[in-house]
Write a protein of this length. Sequence first.
Length: 352
Amino acid sequence: MKVMFSVDHPAWAHQFHHIVEKLRDRGDEVLVLAIDKDGAPELLRGYGIPYVLCAKGTGRNLLEKGWLFLRLCVNHTRHALRFQPDILIGRASPMMAVAAWVCRKPHLLYEDTEVSRFSLNICKRLSTKILTPRTFLTDLGTRQERVDTYKELFYLHPSVFTPSREALRAVGFNPDEPYVLVRFVAWNASHDVGKHGLSDAEQLSLVKRLEAAGVRVWVSSEKPLSAELAPYRLQTPFALAHHVLAFARLVYSEGATMASEAVVLGVHALYVNVIKSGSTQEQSERYQLLENYNDGDDRYERALQRALTLLADPALAETSKAQQARLLAEKTDVNDYFIAETDRLAKAGRKG
């Protein structure tokens, strides 16, 4: 079988690298198309996955993004016509949906980001099947199937991932000291238009106040940090990011993905962003492993005060691990399910 992927973001590389490896191990031919955003190609290389680089970024404004979309629709369609895949799979890439429609091939995707409206509006018309979490807030019509899982379980379920203190020590990172991981996003995604985060001075103040609680603070950022914050930047290789997450005392994140990754690893997370999702709501309400700060101009300050309270709780780690065990018992281990759907749709072919 021939399968075509696209990786437009580092989270996509994390999510699907086990799928790619399983397909290749059983003898399937896989073509991966990549966009250079926030280290995605570096991750693919780290996972040993060959790829074709199709663009050096995702565009800095709506005009650039629009032009890139048109160019990549042509690019992906050309690759599909040459490669002749039996199926195209991945996340909600509208370029892949267009390529699949032109080539009359099935397109299977998994998506958990409700605010990706442009991509989903195209995919719900052109894709064959859209898998989403059960808690997904948007109805995408007859092509949607809800699965009781999270995308982070593609790559962080215990069946495929074991956190390693030794791997971190080997690159000079100390996983035994108490530390907090802070995540800042770039605010340049299509769903971030009109939104913004903290200024450089506000970021520095946040980090300093967390540090005053007696913990080490590491910062993961999609954009360059100020000179004052640069010493706090996490320097471990991309491939070890989830090992760092797994041993953190707490995660304070503008990004939903890193907050949800912390949750499935049994680490309490504070998600500070106006964008809401069904997954983060459930992780808060059902599992009490994540706290949402989506509203109010003071959301960063409220989240900071909560972080300081949590860091003072000696039972935080024990409570979080107990809730993680419950989550893992209730959620679908999704990799085999996704591959079974890939096989079924590839065999059935495109019907509409």
